[in-house]
Design a protein around this ligand. Structure first.
Ligand SMILES: Cc1cc2nc3c(=O)[nH]c(=O)nc-3n(C[C@H](O)[C@H](O)[C@H](O)COP(=O)(O)O)c2cc1C
Length: 346
């Protein structure tokens, strides 16, 4: 079983990630982790913070001579802007953020105590963890990618860019829809036997846990709702070369909570960024008088980055499900288990 924990504030000393359950013997190239961290920071529409931070992970534990030891892997990502102790108090909570609910829940009088952890900067830790999970999955030729499908309703590259420029001009923000695809998966990951073992449920939870993600689709998703059953399911075929296969993949690679051997296709919708340069109405929590919401340094559009984070959290879920099915503490045993299984199901 895999598990992870992250720690760190947006402007604290740095971010920490601990991943436990990776088998021993996996070759880790630290450059690959940094490559993924860099991808998270890119995309048209990112703000000034990403010009300051150049994320790099320091491996603290769990790897020796380039190979995993089977012990917890700890990563540390330093914050270049670590001004946490000097940053001003925030007393006008921003709509669309954890600010107000967090203030009330934890009994604070400074929303900075909330937003520093609620910030999506935390997702750098998850991308570090996801990178290790991707390296593991790639041993078995499983690859995960993402792409932006639309921004503010625009689907063409030029249209999407225009929307970001328009938002910048109007001091506004945009959201959008992205897709994540996992290729090369075997049939049989996840299970229908308990609700919390369903692969669709686990992937949905992972996607919706990314800040700003408000909708998740699997396969046709909401597109199922306006069609007849005869037009939406994927007929089953068999050939000696391919084994069982489908000519369509409307299910998005999962049936009954189990991967069916086709590509896993997920969609997710991200809301427009909540921090606005022209802030919405709020209330000063000290005076209880009307006030404009606080303004923090902010992005205009991060849908592309959210796609990279989504790849990472999906990599974690898929690596976890893969280890559940082909479990061992040593990578070499897992390879044997996998080959035996493939022989049986062909
Ligand atoms: C990569 C990434 C970067 C983000 N950057 C910002 C930002 O600069 N400003 C902002 O207001 N929200 C940003 N968000 C979204 C907020 O973190 C999120 O909307 C907020 O924490 C509230 O959570 P919720 O939208 O899930 O309810 C970002 C999200 C992601 C995934």
């Amino acid at each position: 079983m895999l598990r992870y924990l992250t720690a760190g504030e947006s402007h604290g000393v740095g971010l920490v990630a601990i991943l436990e359950g990776m088998p021993a013997g996996l070759k880790i190239n630290p450059a690959r982790i940094n490559e993924e961290l860099k991808r998270r920071q890119q995309g048209f529409g990112r703000g000034k913070r990403m010009e300051i931070e150049k994320d790099k992970a320091r491996i603290i534990s769990g790897i020796r001579k380039g190979l995993t030891l089977g012990s917890p892997i700890a990563l540390f990502i330093e914050n270049k802007d670590s001004s946490l102790e000097r940053l001003p108090r925030v007393t006008c909570p921003r709509p669309g953020h954890a600010d107000l609910a967090g203030l009330l829940k934890y009994g604070f009088t400074d929303a900075r105590n909330v937003l520093e952890r609620a910030s999506a900067r935390e997702t750098a830790s998850r991308v570090g963890i996801g990178a290790i999970c991707k390296i593991f999955l790639e041993v078995f030729k499983i690859r995960i990618s993402s792409k932006v499908l639309s921004l503010a309703g625009e689907c063409s590259q030029a249209g999407m860019r225009e929307k970001i420029l328009e938002a910048k001009e109007k001091k506004d923000t945009v959201g959008g829809i992205f897709e994540v695809v996992a290729r090369g998966l075997p049939c049989g990951l996840g299970s229908y036997v308990q609700a919390d073992r369903r692969l669709d449920a686990r992937l949905s939870q992972a996607l919706i846990s990314i800040p700003g993600i408000k909708g998740v689709e699997i396969g046709l998703g909401f597109g199922y709702a306006d069609k007849f059953g005869s037009g939406v399911h994927d007929a089953i075929y068999y050939s000696k070369n391919k084994g069982y296969f489908r000519k369509t993949n409307r299910a998005g690679g999962i049936e009954g909570g189990i991967s069916n051997g086709e590509d896993i296709v997920l969609g997710a919708c991200m809301k427009p960024i909540s921090t606005l340069i022209n802030p919405l109405d709020s209330v000063n929590i000290i005076t209880k008088k009307p006030a404009k919401a606080s303004v923090e340094r902010s992005d205009i559009c991060v849908v592309e980055s959210a796609g990279v984070i989504a790849e990472s959290v999906c990599a974690y879920v898929l690596a976890d499900a893969f280890l559940e099915k082909f479990a061992s503490d040593a990578l070499s045993d897992i390879k044997d288990n996998y080959q035996n299984y493939l022989k049986r199901i062909c």
